[in-house]
Design a binder for this molecule. Structure first.
Ligand code: CDP
Length: 227
């Protein structure tokens, strides 16, 4: 990893880890703090999954999923508060992609290697234009293996479940803690055992266990490495 920002034209910060470890919150706050673009790569896989469900495509039919991915247009925009807006073929789907139904199927869509190569291409195009913080599962290992800074966030399973449960309830989604636990377990398994770009820590990523840390403490740890 390169350690000095000033000589870099474009700086890439990669934040990977499993669901509920705090990636998106930390990535957003870090990006805001240093004035970088925030790219939520999971939102891209979620948007495609939404389309697959809407079009009633059988996820097991990879050719059809790939064809759909090829003709769909997924765009991300940063809001002033650092959160992102996600557009699918021009429609704002930012709320819809967070629904449990999407979470249930997204890992099956994301494990298709040709879907991934398309998303990775888009992510690289976005990242090459401007300095950014990207969060996902394979940013430090596959998308930007030469990222300037790499972090891998982890947390105890129960803590991750509690965080995600609270988040969903606060956004008005009715769900039980058991259902959230089931979702995270299912996605952890598929994401970390898939053949193409599995969820794993890059050798040169800095691991941060966020179980007993506040959001501010994690942001501080990340920023202290960057500065
Ligand atoms: O926020 P959360 O961690 O729940 O998930 P997300 O970042 O929105 O990602 C949703 C799903 O997309 C993950 O469970 C992965 O299956 C997939 N994903 C991926 O495969 N690669 C990425 N770079 C980002 C997400």
């Amino acid at each position: 990893m390169r350690s000095k920002i000033p000589h870099q034209k474009v700086v890439i910060i990669a934040i990977d880890g499993p669901a509920g470890a705090g990636k998106s919150t930390i990535a957003r706050l870090v990006a805001q703090n240093i004035g970088f673009l925030y790219i939520d790569t999971g939102a891209m896989y979620r948007a495609l999954t939404l389309l697959v469900i809407k079009e009633k495509i059988d996820i097991a039919n990879e050719e059809q999923v790939i064809a759909l991915a090829k003709k769909s247009k997924i765009q991300l925009e940063n809001n002033d508060d650092g959160t992102i807006k996600v557009f699918l073929n021009g429609e704002n789907v930012s709320q819809d992609i967070r629904k449990p139904e999407i979470a249930k199927f997204v890992s099956l869509v994301a494990k298709i290697s040709r879907v991934r190569s398309q998303m990775v291409q888009l992510q690289r195009e976005m990242g090459q234009k401007t300095s950014c913080v990207l969060d996902g599962r394979d940013i430090g290992t596959v998308v930007f293996p030469n990222a300037d800074f790499k972090f891998f966030l982890e947390a105890d399973f129960q803590k991750r479940v509690n965080r995600r449960y609270k988040e969903l309830i606060q956004s008005g989604i009715k769900i039980t803690p058991e259902a959230v636990a089931g979702d995270l377990k299912n996605r952890d398994t598929i994401d970390s055992t898939r053949e193409c770009a599995p969820l794993k820590k890059a050798d040169d990523a800095i691991a941060i266990d966020t179980t007993d840390l506040t959001i501010e403490q994690v942001v501080e740890k990340v920023l202290s490495q960057i500065h």
